[in-house]
Write a protein that binds this ligand. Sequence first.
Ligand code: BES
Ligand code: ZN
Length: 462
Amino acid sequence: MQVVLDYLRQHSSAYVEELCEYLRFPSISAQPDKSPEMRQCASWLQKRFEKAGLQAKLMETGGCPVVLAKTPRSGKARPHYLVYGHYDVQPPEPFELWKTPPFAPRLEGRNLFARGASDNKGQHLAHLYAVEAYLKTGTDLPCDLTFLIEGEEEVGSKNLAKFLKQNRAILKGEGVVISDTGMPSLKQPALTCGLRGIAAFEVKVHGPNRDLHSGIFGGTVDNPAFVLSQILATLRDKKGRIAIPGFYDDVQPLTASERKEIAKLKLDPVKYRNFLGVQELFGEKGYTLVEQRSARPTLEINGLTSGYQGAGSKTIIPAWASAKITCRLVPNQDPARIGKLVAAYLKCLCPATCRIEVEVGHAGEPYYVSPENPKARAGINALRRAFKAEPIMMREGGSIPIVNDFRKILGVDTLLLGLALPDDNAHSPNEKFNLDSFEKGMAMAVFLWQELAAIGSSSKIK
Ligand code: BES
Ligand code: ZN
């Protein structure tokens, strides 16, 4: 085992260089004009897997291709695991807030800044390198692995479920491993046992058939920016509750023991406030900070557009106003039901002076897996050995839509062993990945296959 860890240490600066190379691809799945860059990025990764000694191919999904790579099979009966990640990244805008350009990686101390560094390129490369170290040192890799790295996670993985169904035979195994979540600090690595689900919407309110002079017509015709603002303002009350009838109907109340478990993760509200640059926090009354951000449902406006956005003033009544909205969901909320409910409610709030269109977008179910099982313990052991600190188990507020499909289509659960730190700026300007997290993550990935092999091909993670 030492030889594998030594190999990683010897190659650590080469791996950082390579991560930089990978980060130079602007693989932004949300922007259709980036389709060529998506493919270039995917083929870079495929070649990198081949260089590591895996058999790798690009596979079509109807959207951005999937990179599928398998370790050489020994022919011996050993547990087979899927390692999932995503090479797509969130849009980097607003560019002006980046200290250096998002696709020109910059190292400052132990932090590597670039869009996608933490979410998720750095995290799955750590797994690739761990496996390379096994293969190049001729050390027996105790599990058979298939890497599935997709290009549409940040837009809801809409083509991946079909891909899983079509390729069930080669993907099925003992379970899935994902490093695409977070940990409170390098001194507190974490196994994530819950993720929130998601339901996305785009709303557009139409007013007059063109932008109008607000002096000539103002006072006689409704303003879609007002109408949309008024609609949106009614969606949440002062206590932070979502005011859509039926929104909480299926929410499984937190039990006393769940709340106790959640309370083990300590967050200092003052530090949290200062970190985010807000005077006061805002969240649903009656729940703690950690509960609010991981175990309670929300509705957020992600984008709001209307009228003139250029320099100076322009006196118009805009022809339309639009908003991008997402709800985060918890067990047992159903994204399809929430989609219908929210869309119908938005429509009924629109006055006759305007016309509203609601488009229901991508969706993902909430995920929860009990951390009381041998595979979770194997994950905890790997984290402990690599980070030399006692790991915690936690629920998180983000979503990885495909994890429920792994359960439904492949019949397996997922071990979420995240390497992101709270100040990594995922989805924000100046995203970064910490190199200590990168290196400890590689070590964790080395130990993990040993730990998982030691429990054998037992029951599924359930
Ligand atoms: N890595 C995140 C998911 C995540 C982040 C889970 C932090 C737990 C903690 C992932 O890349 C992500 O951002 N997912 C999207 C999914 C959405 C676009 C369907 C999300 O959560 O917004
Ligand atoms: Zn993300």
